[in-house]
Write a protein that binds this ligand. Structure first.
Ligand SMILES: Nc1nc2c(ncn2[C@@H]2O[C@H](COP(=O)(O)OP(=O)(O)O)[C@@H](O)[C@H]2O)c(=O)[nH]1
Ligand SMILES: [Mg+2]
Length: 456
């Protein structure tokens, strides 16, 4: 299964930079460096994992670039094969010249994700860890980074392997009964089997549920700003973002559609969405905006209901309030600089009403903390203590395993032949193995690694 050819690709993104890195992996990596490198230390004499200064030259001796080169000899490299990295100047043409040079020798251009695929095939990483590499590269917030790093460190794999180990010992027990029904194995303790199946499915269900957090980390949590016109929704959005994105005017009804921006709060990526003011209106375009706002209020992870602190809660505010699900809503009393005429008891259950002034920038930190606390219930807190699934594929494999666990339980309860139970236990093992890559079909592997960037 070990690939025999040597692959090459840029490991740094396209564009200009101080340094670009060309990476080679495979049995000829060192030979290829030896054929092109001129310096004080020749590749054969280089220590593994040490950087050496020299020049990359064409076979006719023509200089290509002044570089640093490193050999990471098998098996102690990312791919488990001989890996060479050439650190050249970060220019597009230089990079192309060096790539062309290696391609003109025996190297082949790597497919996307092929380095990580080789690491997986050579047993350097399991599949969940390999996917974590992509998750880490894509991570856009500190929490997403942390979860991906833990997965790379094998936290998810250990958890999944623990479930698999339990199922394996159960299977061994059941198989012993199938093979030697009259032997000294003792009668299969039905209650014990049921207990173990229940325990493992409870844990698998919890892990599968953590995908909600993982998805929030990857895609961002949606926070919708809602309220009647002119209470300062767009101003609040701008104040939170610290930049003028949404249009702010004195004329009620300016923000006719929704405006979306990204920000990070408490390590969580947030998609902040400004909406048209909620009110009854005859203008069809504005009505459409209001309709979209109420649609979004239903699907948002968190709603910021803005009221005008200096005016108090009006009938139109109540219209907006009616669109909100209290457990996912925080009331914000904006324009606190103009005074406070708001009856806070009306905002009870909506976080009590947090006083801010979008204009003066006061109260924003308290609001951000309240947002984190609200989101933390099903995101932050979870992420810190438990394993979090980042991949829908992992969640689906767990759900599949859960279905097989249920069938296994039914087999036990209905006293079906033990072969049926053994069959379901093998199914569970197969499903769990999809996460770590033991049982993942080749075409799925191709899909997974195909999503990676070139050079990873
Ligand atoms: N005094 C004061 N005025 C504000 C504040 N926030 C917004 N405004 C003003 O209220 C008006 C409406 O603001 P805008 O953000 O467009 O409201 P929206 O219709 O809810 O999006 C503008 O004139 C803002 O300058 C605030 O905190 N204090
Ligand atoms: Mg607006």
């Amino acid at each position: 299964m070990r690939p025999k050819d040597t692959i090459v690709a840029p490991a740094t993104p396209p564009g200009e930079g101080g340094v670009a890195i060309v990476r080679l992996s495979g049995p000829d990596a060192e030979t290829l460096l030896a054929a092109t490198f001129a310096g004080g230390t020749l590749p054969a004499a280089m220590d593994s994992h040490h950087l050496y200064h020299g020049r990359i030259c064409r076979p006719d001796g023509q200089l290509v670039d002044d570089v640093l080169a490193v050999i990471m000899r098998a098996p102690h490299s990312y791919t488990g094969e001989d890996v060479v990295e050439v650190h050249c100047h970060g220019g597009q043409q230089i990079l192309r010249n060096i790539l062309d040079l290696f391609l003109g020798l025996q190297a082949r251009m790597a497919r996307p994700g092929e380095f990580t695929e080789r690491a997986f095939l050579n047993g350097r990483l399991d599949l969940a860890q390999a996917e974590a590499v992509a998750g880490l590269i894509e991570a856009r917030s500190s929490q997403a980074c942390r979860v991906a790093l833990e997965q790379l460190d094998g936290r998810l794999s250990r958890e999944v392997n623990r479930f698999a180990d339990q199922m394996k010992s159960l299977l061994a027990l059941v198989e012993a009964h199938v093979d030697f029904p009259d032997d000294e194995v003792g009668s299969l303790a039905v209650e014990e089997v049921t207990r173990q199946l229940q325990a493992v499915s409870a844990e698998m269900r919890e892990l599968a549920g953590s995908f909600d957090t993982g998805r929030a980390l990857r895609e961002g949590v949606s926070v919708l700003i809602i309220g009647r016109p002119n209470v300062g929704k767009s101003s609040l959005m701008n104040a939170l973002l610290g930049q003028a994105r949404a249009i702010v005017t004195d004329v009620p009804g300016t923000t006719r559609d929704t405006v979306e921006e990204q920000m990070i709060v408490g390590g969580f990526p947030i998609r902040l969405i400004d909406t048209a003011g909620v009110r009854s209106t005859d203008d069809p375009i504005e009505r459409e905006g209001v309709r979209r706002a109420s649609d979004k209020a239903c699907s948002a992870d968190l709603v910021l209901l803005v009221v005008d602190s200096s005016v108090g809660v009006t009938d139109e505010d109540r219209m907006a309030m009616d669109l909100c699900e209290p457990s996912r809503t925080l009331a914000v009393m904006n324009k606190a600089d103009l005074g406070r005429r708001c009856d806070r008891t009306l905002l009870k259950g909506l976080g009590g009403g947090i006083a801010v002034s979008a204009r003066q920038g006061t109260g924003l930190e308290v609001l951000q903390q309240a947002m984190v606390d609200r989101l933390g219930g099903d995101t932050g807190g979870d992420a810190a203590e438990h394993v979090v699934l980042l991949e829908r594929r992992h969640r689906d494999a767990l759900l599949q395993a859960l279905r097989a666990t249920k069938t296994a339980q039914q087999a036990v309860e209905s006293q079906a032949p033990l072969e049926c139970l053994a069959f379901e236990l093998r199914e569970i093992l197969d499903d769990l193995g999809q996460i770590t890559g033991e049982t993942t079909p080749d075409e799925i592997l191709d899909q997974i690694f195909g999503r990676f960037c070139i050079g990873k």
